[in-house]
Design a protein around this ligand. Sequence first.
Ligand SMILES: Cc1ncc(COP(=O)(O)O)c(C=O)c1O
Length: 372
Amino acid sequence: MTFKDLAKPWVAGLGVYEPGRPIEEVARELGFKDAEAIIKLASNENALGPSPKAVLAMKKAARQMHLYPDGGAFYLVQALAKRLRVSQDQIIVGCGSNELLEFIGHVFLQKGTSIVMADRAFVVYKLIAAMFQAETIAVPMIDYRHDLNAMLKAIRPDTRAVFVANPNNPTGTMVAGAEIDAFMRRVPDHVVVVFDEAYVELLPVDRQPDVLRYVREGRKVVVMRTFSKTYGLAGLRIGYGVAPAECIQLMHRIRQPFNTTAMGQVAAVAALDDDVHVERTRAMMRDGLAFLQDAFASLGLSYVPSSANFVLVQVGQGRRVFEALQREGVIVRPMDPYGMPAHIRITVGTKAENRRCLAALKKVLGRTKAGG
Ligand SMILES: Cc1ncc(COP(=O)(O)O)c(C=O)c1O
């Protein structure tokens, strides 16, 4: 008997998520003596680093790390409830929003159920569905955007969740408030609509669709957000979900008692209050995105105009360009796992990182035309 013989039969066939490669791993593999010579623009992290307020709070909290965290994350939930104008029983905190996606699986998915998602939306949705033996109905995007009408039509009686990543990773595209409204008016009552807003705080407030109001109205909606992107805390693994209290209670039943760390909670509370860092991050993203997109245009590379801190650009043989860039000390993300082998996805970095990435890209593509 092998472990595989003992395992649940579908586990060995599950897809594996290919994350952005860590700097140290690439340095080891390619023989870079100095890991600092490498830049990572592969996981949509915040190039400005963590919120300074969060760093200060973590330093203070370090001496208390012998104690277990508050599993309910009281102070973080309290701060979020106040900021988002929802009640505390409408919030749950998770080990990144990835864990919250898994909670959806634990609570709603099993064999004989299905999920609806866009075919080029965040790949974790279908990995989670497979983990719980649910079927994935992947609906083609139009111009790299969610086609909410087609997604509505794709909903079946066995569908339990519809995922809308807004802005979406890896396309960087958004659906607007009016489109969401029309979708929400028609969506049947037997599905949970998951709005994954991992990047939403990067946008000016007037460009953020108000989906939290569906939670306040008691609709079957879960809104997911994270401290990994705008707040620069990806290493701490902390995110949250907002949903009607009945849904949150079900999620609490399947969550581990200490699913988030004390350090993560303390840092998140401080980061939430760090408006200066959020503004600086938004400005960096706006300027960096304009720089990269202008450069791609002048190089004649087609790209998808982005509303997030990354951009999808067509480079020919994506994986080969990714590998060649890596040898230049620039880590980006190949897009073949998303069915886009001609594309790579580049995270917006600091000014210096963006320039370095562009120079490397030009070199790799063997082009000399100016691009900024
Ligand atoms: C659309 C989307 N959702 C969720 C996540 C997960 O983020 P985290 O688990 O770090 O909160 C990501 C991360 O890249 C993402 O792009």
